[in-house]
Design a binder for this molecule. Sequence first.
Ligand SMILES: [Zn+2]
Length: 722
Amino acid sequence: MTSLPKLTKQVMTGAAFCCTLWLAGCAQQQPAPVVNLIPKPVNLTLGEGYFRTDSASICDGAENIRYVINPDMAGEEAYRLTVTKNGIEAQAATETGLFYARQTLLQLLQSGGVPCVTIEDSPRFGYRGLHLDVSRHFFPKEEVMKLIDVMAYYKLNRLHFHLTDAGGWRIQIDKYPKLTQEAAFRTESDWRKWWDGGDRKYLPEGTEGAYGGYYTKADIREIVAHAAEKHITVIPEIEFPGHSDEVFQAYPELCCAGKPYSGGDFCIGNEKSYRFMEDVLTEIMELFPSEYIHIGGDEATKAEWKTCPKCQALMRREGMKSVDELQSYMIHHADQFITSKGRKLIGWDEILQGGLAPNAAVMSWRGEEAGFRSVRMGHNVVMTPGNYMYLDFYQAFPNTQPYAIGGYTPIKKVYSYNPIPKDSLTAKEEKHFMGVQGNTWTEYIPTPEHLEYMMFPRALAVAEIGWTPQDLRSWEDFKPRVNAHIPVLHRKGINAFTLSNEIDITMSVDTLKKQISVFMDAEKHPAEIHYTTDGSEPTQASPIYKDAVIVTDSADIRAAIFKDGQMQGEPTVKRVDYHRGINKPIHYYNRLYPGYMAGGMNALLDGYRGSLTYLDGRWQGYLDNLDCVIDMGEITDLHKVSSRWMQLTGPGVYQPTEVELLTSEDGKTFTSRGTMPTTISQDDSRLLFQEYTFWGEWKARYVKVKAKNPKGFIFVDEIVIW
Ligand SMILES: [Zn+2]
């Protein structure tokens, strides 16, 4: 201790505690044990004191540290751990269970030794995965093995290795050497320069300045063996029938047009496609002992199939009515082949189209519905819905982050995911949930440092979702632990994101009390949040957030974390209005886009404002112009109408070119109250918002808001009427 403590009862008790602790041969004062396990174990009882040891003896074993195989224990990955002052005993039915006991011990270990604990632990799911795309950007085997080490530390046990895609073919195949000779390198590393706005050209191996790479068979064997040592299964993915542009650079005869750069789909009507598939999968299965082999199956464009004579001939021969059936024809072929070799097929959820062999499994990525449909059909499923499990999405306010593909999955959002929602499924259906997986697509992730930054610490949330029973999980409980693991990750050489300084401001709209409760939370822990409600900059003197802030009219919330009197980062801003339009009926004269209805007709007038992502279920998106009318119920004195719009050009979301306000007393004759153009350039690729506010004194019952769509999507939330 560096400062003199006040003599309080607490300190006295603490001192007495320490004496008892270290009677057995230790004079120096010991810190109180800190237990920050991720994933959180099923059952943990903290005892008193420590067993004194170091990490080497935990790993290699030592006197008084026993690892015991106990065949009577249930569960392949379960373990029991007893740490007393005199020794450590780990028990499990398998080596895997003992391995996890060891990981827990390594996480428990601190300067005083291992705190005395009793732990009974086993995972919720057998499949706890991370997916890594090495096609869009290539990562050396050393990086892959580093990730495997960290995965093991957090009891993740599946690495889904996305080895082939348009970004480049990444694995040596003896029978098709041109795959790596011709299709593993390209003209540019930067995806924006190469794919989004570039030539998308491949270059032969050895070309000076070419970007790319691949794993030799020796590399793959090394990775697979290293993973096996860490009790991790590597699941290879080879894409069929779409996402295969690079294949046709090497073997153009396998696509419909018979020439490179003509599309990304295999020709389904060509016998050679099946020979290629079987040959490649044969070599893949020789390298990867995984029970499941991933064959992609996602996002085939099916464009060339419509006119290709070979594909059309196959359709006629098989009596197929649509090109969709060509997709399932090829998947069926892969399924039969893989099954005949004693393995099982897994693929993205598009493979559900056209039915599947009973033992094939599905990865539900386009939301969760496909996952639920799969289990009802009796298929095993891995849940990896984009809105929660995509680790390439932004993890903090986009303008503070390196360029990403879009989306918004801060760690709290990831952590909130429950693969099996309560009461929605039968016990039999629940058995088909293999587990969860976080996916890292690497279009905009060029380096290992950036990869680690995107994956961590969000992968720790995935690990806990996969391991810890749902009823033991809470964000409040996870938050301090994940904060404690940031320095742990850094010590392991992982360039983890240090968590955001932003304030998560959420609302609860109460239409009976006609008020909105505003809640604030932060990823950082501990976090002292100061806020204002009048739009002014918060200072150390501003109120500290403790309980919900109640808003009955309007508030401009600004909130920030303060540490040692200093504001951390920029304040988070949120406009809150319990406005007069809330819950008023709205009629649309334009089409709503089915995927982005934001929960329905009421979404624009529910008091809730959209967050930083159009995927949050609050933003309503249209491919048409917006043209809607709100009925205030009676002729009303109005003085302000505003609407807030988003721009994120990456996924094609633009500001309207202009927004117009019209009012009417009878709903037939409308008077324009003005139009307002956007002030945001369509060339600005940042995430940007504009609020279009009309002021005036109008008597009206009907309020019409029109917005012109320049191209692509326009997204709005909320329309505020005063
Ligand atoms: Zn074809």
